[in-house]
Design a protein around this ligand. Structure first.
Ligand code: HOZ
Length: 430
């Protein structure tokens, strides 16, 4: 690790300039490090499992760009694909063959997306999927789960996870009451509340949207039968089931959570990994539904930069690397990390519960695994903040919030997992 400390440190002045420029000093709230009471890092380079800050310090990175960096940073095949695509210009304003190539690759891996549409972000994808669900069903109400984070579209900020829960923002100012009233919020993993909600409003709910593995209140696995219940109940009422796989898509395997749990949603939203680190989103699903999207149908949705060739190139190159055997190795690395963390915590006399689904992981500073947001919120955030700081000081970068997932990548080898465990052995004692 090289450290540019002392008078040549660039970070303090850059932080001051960012704070004078951007709200809270950042362009997305979770980057502000407020929940862990540390000065935010400015990162300027990433390679493989490492990132470097503006003072030249190197960290083993578990933020993973908040999900996209499943291959690690700056993967050679992705870099070459983007460089080659850039030589042909950037956005050209008409359909590019790379859009077809990436769309077909996604559909091969996730056959429930019979047709799809690219957007520029996951937020846009979700917003568009909800509009489509309302148009298709002629209904207005949407069901989401407390702590579920689906981007920052108005109606979905109600009791949301990620930065909303990290910064204890109760929904968001600026969302009209009438809009929030169209969203019913239920506890995650609570099948009986879903049954009651449909019984209370039969024929009025357009869709249930869910992160099939909740990953924005920390990682919370679906209880056995929960996703099945969502599928059966929505189907019986004529409502749609939307899986938000922006995080889980291509993370839990090529087929995402829907393949892992064997549930076929009506619509799916994607982002992050499918763009290989470039801006992207996508929504797709049943052909009869997607054919309602303009210009095939009356549901309007558009985007100047949708299907951007550099995002398409990065996505194609990324998906080509995601061979099934590599997921097995990834899962094994994540399991080594999770079980090692549990041992390190026990050795440090610290009671934590480690949640892992595939390569998504959270160390909850509470004695047992939470099943929903209310339980996750009882975690000891101050203890997480101390742990975060102690890990950072030892060269390990974790998400700066108790409620964000750690992302293990295919670039994390035994050396990086070992480094993280060695640091944790000390950090759990702080
Ligand atoms: N919300 C995403 C992670 N849960 C990260 C994107 C962001 O908010 O900056």
């Amino acid at each position: 690790m090289t450290a540019g400390t002392g008078t040549d440190a660039r970070t303090p002045a850059l932080v001051a300039r960012a704070e004078a420029l951007f709200p809270g000093g950042v362009n997305s709230p979770v980057r502000a490090f407020r929940a862990v009471a540390r000065t935010p890092l400015l990162l300027e380079r990433g390679e493989g499992p490492h990132v470097w800050d503006t003072d030249g310090r190197r960290y083993v990175d578990f933020i993973g760009a908040w999900g996209p960096a499943i291959l690690g940073h700056g993967h050679r095949a992705v870099l070459e694909a983007v460089t080659a695509a850039a030589k042909n210009g950037f956005a050209l304003g008409a359909t590019h063959p790379l859009e077809i190539e990436l769309g077909e690759a996604i559909r091969r891996a996730m056959p429930s997306l019979e047709r799809l549409r690219f957007t520029s972000s996951g937020t846009e994808a979700v917003m568009s999927a909800l509009r489509l669900a309302r148009a298709a069903t002629g209904r207005d109400l949407i069901v989401k789960f407390a702590g579920g984070y689906h981007g920052h579209a108005d109606g979905l900020l109600v009791e949301a996870g990620s930065g909303v829960v990290t910064h204890a923002i109760p929904g968001s100012a600026g969302v009209p009451e009438a809009t929030a009233a169209q969203t019913l919020v239920l506890p995650y993993n609570d099948s009986s509340s879903l049954t009651l909600a449909f019984a209370a409003d039969p024929g009025r709910i357009a869709a249930v949207i869910v992160e099939p593995v909740a990953a924005n209140i920390g990682v919370v696995a679906p209880a056995p039968g929960f996703l099945e219940h969502l599928r059966e109940t929505t189907h019986a009422d004529g409502a749609l089931l939307i899986f938000d796989e922006v995080i889980t898509g291509f993370r839990l395997g090529p087929g995402g959570a829907q393949a892992r749990f064997g549930i076929k949603p009506d619509l799916t939203t994607l982002g992050k990994i499918i763009g290989g680190g470039m801006p992207i989103g996508a929504y797709g699903g049943r052909a009869d539904l997607m054919n309602l999207v303009a210009p095939a149908g009356p549901v309007y949705q558009a985007g100047t930069l949708s299907g951007h060739p550099l995002s398409m190139a990065a996505g194609i190159a990324t998906l080509a690397e995601l061979r099934p055997e590599r997921y097995l190795a990834l899962e094994a690395s994540a399991e080594t990390l999770a079980s090692g963390l549990q041992e390190a915590a026990a050795a440090g006399g610290r009671q934590v519960a480690i949640s892992r689904v595939g390569s998504l992981l959270t160390v909850f500073f509470r004695p047992d695994l939470p099943t929903d947001a209310a339980e996750a919120l009882t975690s000891d955030r101050a203890a997480y903040a101390r742990f975060f700081g102690a890990m950072l000081d030892r060269g390990i970068l974790l998400p700066p919030s108790q409620f964000e997932a750690w992302f293990v990548s295919m670039a994390h080898g035994p050396a990086e997992i070992e480094a993280a465990l060695e640091a944790a052995g000390q950090a759990f004692r702080v």
